[in-house]
Write a protein that binds this ligand. Structure first.
Ligand code: ZN
Ligand code: ZN
Length: 340
């Protein structure tokens, strides 16, 4: 066959040789410009309908590539991109496409301008608007909530949410409010509130309670509730010296279903059911355990200065215990015990 245009002999397409067929034909095209939304608050980009964290240059390139259109019959094999930042909000992106058309390998390039447009993503607009679905209330069983417990629970919740939010954009902590007797944490979702309250309950041996309040209707017309998860901290805390059935122990562990006690004097371990734990009486909170000066050590005994009358006393220690210049002790009914 002869090309009707240049007369070359060979394979023809619509009467033309490959060269004449491709001449002037636009195999790929890109719009004059492509707009990409960027959240002005978290600086994530919306690519193909999803908000993603990405360097601006990559976001511009991705947006440009998804805006390429190819002529019928061209199957794209690979796309190379080159971008240039014109200013903070505009990138020129060139795409170099290799493809197959009617059995022939062809190359084509095109270029566009990607414009970054500020917007606010849903997560940020909710967070900035103080949106929340649930409140986690940390309270003490008795009086004021211990500052350390308050800080530790807030830190725990912050860390967990930061961790979880990397795989779930809907998760955030709206605000933390110190209130009379404790602290309130407002969170973005009901399931998040429930999960964290349960985790806190398990690790502190705390009682948890949930309640709900009708606050309106959902878009579908159903009832919309706001949940409150109360975490009531017990009187006892991990490492306190406690009295259980007239015997002194150190509370050495709190688990989901039970606690671990170490008896003062012989340092034997005992498990206690979670249901028995409310009967624990705190003798000395872990924050107030006395430090006694160590005078000497021999085997499984140390000699210390009595914390109140400064006489020297011998007390038992667990085998292999590491002893420094002071030792933690508790005085129970006039008898001084080493607290492991
Ligand atoms: Zn030709
Ligand atoms: Zn955002």
């Amino acid at each position: 066959m002869f090309c009707v245009k240049c007369g070359k002999n060979g394979e023809t397409f619509d009467g033309l040789c490959m060269e004449c067929f491709l001449n002037g034909k636009q195999l790929i095209s890109m719009p004059h410009h492509v707009d990409v939304e960027r959240c002005a608050n978290c600086e994530e980009f919306r690519i193909n309908g999803h908000w993603v964290a990405r360097p601006a240059k990559e976001a511009a390139e991705d947006a440009a590539v998804s805006a390429i259109s190819a002529v019928d019959g061209l199957s794209v094999i690979s796309v190379g991109v080159m971008s240039e930042e014109r200013d903070l909000r505009n990138f020129t992106v060139k795409a170099d496409v290799e493809g197959k058309l009617r059995g022939h390998t062809v190359r084509a390039c095109a270029e566009t301008i990607v414009r970054l447009k500020n917007n606010v993503c849903q997560r940020c607009s909710r967070q900035l608007g103080n949106y929340y679905e649930a409140t986690i209330q940390i309270r003490s069983g008795t009086k004021e909530l211990d500052d350390r417990i308050r800080d530790a629970t807030v830190r725990y919740v912050r860390d967990r949410i930061e961790n979880m939010s990397s795989s779930n954009r809907g998760i955030f902590l709206t605000r933390v409010e110190e209130v009379q007797g404790g602290v309130d944490m407002y969170v973005s979702s009901t399931s998040l509130g429930r999960t964290l309250a349960k985790e806190l309950g398990d690790s502190y041996g705390a009682e948890t309670k949930e309640s709900s309040k009708l606050i309106g209707k959902t878009e579908e017309g159903g009832d919309m509730y706001r949940m409150t998860y109360l975490v009531r901290m017990p009187e006892y805390h991990l490492n306190d010296v406690v009295i259980f059935e007239d015997t002194a122990y150190k509370l050495a562990g709190i688990g989901k279903g039970n606690g671990k006690l170490i008896r003062l004097g012989d340092f034997r371990e005992t498990a206690i059911r979670r249901s028995q734990m409310p009967s624990l009486r705190v003798h000395t909170p872990y924050t107030k355990i006395t430090k006694a000066t160590v005078v000497s050590r021999s085997g499984d005994e140390i000699q210390i200065l009595h914390p109140s009358n400064y006489s020297t006393v011998d007390i038992k220690i667990p085998a292999g215990a590491e002893i420094g210049e002071t030792a933690d002790v508790a005085e129970i009914d006039g008898v001084v015990f080493f607290v492991p």
